[in-house]
Write a protein that binds this ligand. Structure first.
Ligand code: FAD
Length: 539
């Protein structure tokens, strides 16, 4: 007897209820799709739901980060600061969810543990940690690029008797710092925000630093009612500007040639960059700063001198200046009075290159030099970025192949959207896509719109599966790889290059990010849709 085909429970399952999952859900509901969102957290917001640590805030201008798809939403929402703090962004995303009646289509407290493609039924069967299994035609991942938190490989972490927090899993209840001796381990973008925020509140703070980062002032400020009204009349220009810059930020490179500008003019320009809000200090620079090592050294020295001016103790200042990479070759942490924190008597820096951590003890942190006692340890040790959330779900495609195995030596994709052997599994901000290195919502709106059009096309043509051709996948992966050549970013160990010493096997260069810029990536997607999705195979 012929096997009876069973319909999937859902047309579409979206994993993740962050910025990306929220917008994807909105678009799928507009198309009357039978769709659900599965989210580990107990509410929407993703990054802004989880990272409740003190000091968590944007480095994108708030009004350049909000969704652009609804004029009504743009006119209704008031941002209170140029770079909003986490609670405000979380409120914004909850507002969006309620305004567009999305909450009933989201399931919270639902962690996806695995998903298997059923080749007979052309469906994904999605397993949840609570034991349930759901099925769908299209499985869309909105699982985040910075959502798989990592702890350092240090022995004895469970032995500590005091309070211990990873910044991603920060408690929902208020944490008191008063009278406490606190350790912060890690000086990346998150550590820098936490340190500056809690330094005035704690009894003492010791910062354990393995590698310093080049940080620069955020220059945040309040937005008055009148200014917000003014911003609302300029949204078209704001988004138009984001559309034209490589990072989809309000900041684009200075088009002059470095050599065409006199030294005096250059220094005045760099002073202006340093005094400007947001990423201007990084992305508003001459392009040669990130292509030519000698020019990068000159700018790095300019920034190093700023650090020397801001930190009173010259020895501490030198320890805070990176020596292993140039300015801007890793994502630049933006700060508010970070360097000044080290001028406080209650704040000190432990350089782990001089005295590495041996273990965590009941009382605190033991380095090769001493045992430091604490009431609280904060792990600001970041993420298994970009591929981490994928690795934590066992995706099994055709012929029993897992995505984990396929990507063991680094991600392999077509357009950063799909991998061969995994039909109808579409990554919305996947590795090698243009979204992961941008002002995120701008990149996200592009890929969500493209995916919506693809699904609409397949429905209208009666097609049931989409999967990239092997040649197309190989071509894209090579293309992504080729863009690392000649780019100083590729010489630095960071999440752009796939390094993470806390994750086994992530000790080699992996090609994680499409570096062609947001406008080029958007153009590629648009052309691809126009040409009926060249490089994809449909059945
Ligand atoms: C502290 C911090 C500050 C940032 N600031 C900026 C900024 O200023 N500008 C900018 O452009 N970007 C910033 N980013 C990047 C930020 O991650 C993106 O802007 C954006 O929030 C990502 O949205 P997303 O929906 O793709 O992913 P996320 O917001 O990470 O959401 C992914 C969701 O998927 C869920 N999920 C993952 N795996 C599973 C699973 N197996 N089962 C169920 N659910 C799962 C997670 O719980 C999470 O809620 C920042 C990131 C951090 C950590």
């Amino acid at each position: 007897m012929a096997e009876q085909k069973t319909a999937a429970d859902h047309d579409v399952i979206i994993i993740g209820a962050g910025v990306c999952g929220i917008y994807m859900l909105y678009r799928m509901l507009q198309m009357d799709m039978n769709v659900t969102v599965l989210e580990t957290g107990d509410g929407p917001g993703g990054t802004w739901y989880w990272n409740r640590y003190p000091g968590a805030r944007f480095d994108s201008e708030s009004y350049s980060y909000g969704y652009s798809f609804s004029e009504e939403l743009l006119q209704e929402w008031d941002w209170s600061e140029h770079f909003a703090a986490q609670p405000e962004t979380l409120s914004y995303l909850n507002y969006v969810v309620d305004k567009f009646d999305l909450r009933d289509h989201m399931q919270f407290g639902c962690k996806v543990s695995s998903a298997r493609f059923d080749e007979n039924l052309n469906q994904w069967r999605v397993q949840l940690e609570d034991g349930r299994e759901l099925s769908c035609q299209f499985l869309l991942t909105a699982i985040g690029m910075l959502s798989a938190a990592t702890l350092p490989n240090i022995q004895g972490r469970d032995d500590f008797n005091g309070e211990a927090y990873h910044t991603y899993y920060w408690p929902h209840e208020e944490v008191s710092f008063e009278g406490k001796n606190v350790a912060v381990i890690g000086t990346g973008a998150t550590g820098v925000q936490v340190i500056a925020e809690i330094a005035p509140k704690v009894k003492s703070l010791k910062v354990f630093q393995r590698r310093p980062n080049w940080c620069a002032p955020l220059h945040n400020s309040q937005i008055s009612k009148a200014e917000m009204e003014e911003i609302k009349t300029h949204y078209d220009e704001i988004f138009a500007k984001c559309l034209e810059t490589p990072g989809a930020f309000l900041h684009g490179p200075d088009r002059r040639e470095y050599a065409s500008v006199s030294e005096a003019e250059r220094l005045a320009f760099w002073e202006r960059l340093y005094d400007s809000p947001g990423f201007e200090v990084w992305l508003g620079n001459f392009r040669e700063v990130f292509m030519d090592p000698a020019i990068n050294r000159e700018y790095s020295e300019f920034i190093a001198n700023k650090i020397r001016q801001r930190v009173k103790n010259p020895e501490t200042a030198e320890k805070l200046i990176p020596k292993d990479h140039g300015f801007g070759t890793r994502r630049v942490p933006m700060e508010t009075r970070y360097y000044e924190a080290y001028n406080q008597d209650n704040v000190s820096l432990v350089d782990l290159n001089e005295t590495p951590i041996e273990c965590i003890t009941e009382k605190g942190v033991r380095t090769t030099a001493a045992e430091h006692e604490f009431d609280m340890i904060i792990y600001a040790t970041g993420f298994d970025a970009i591929t981490g959330a994928f690795d934590r779900i066992q995706f099994t495609g055709r012929d029993g192949q897992t995505l984990y195995d396929k990507w063991e030596d680094g991600p392999v994709t077509y357009l950063g959207i799909q991998a061969c052997g995994f039909p109808n599994l579409l990554a919305l901000a996947g590795p090698q896509s243009g979204s992961v290195s941008t002002n995120f919502p701008r990149g996200i709106e592009d890929i969500v719109n493209w995916t919506t059009d693809l699904i609409r096309y397949m429905k209208s043509e009666g097609l049931s599966t989409v999967e990239p051709e092997a040649d197309a996948e190989a071509m894209w992966t090579e293309h992504v790889k080729s863009m690392y050549e000649g780019n100083m970013v590729s010489t630095t160990q960071s999440w752009f290059t796939g390094y993470n010493s806390n994750v086994p096997g992530h000790d080699k260069l992996r090609y994680m990010v499409y570096f062609g810029g947001a406008p080029k990536y958007r153009e590629i997607l648009t052309e691809n849709a126009k040409e009926h999705y060249q490089g994809f195979e449909f059945h």
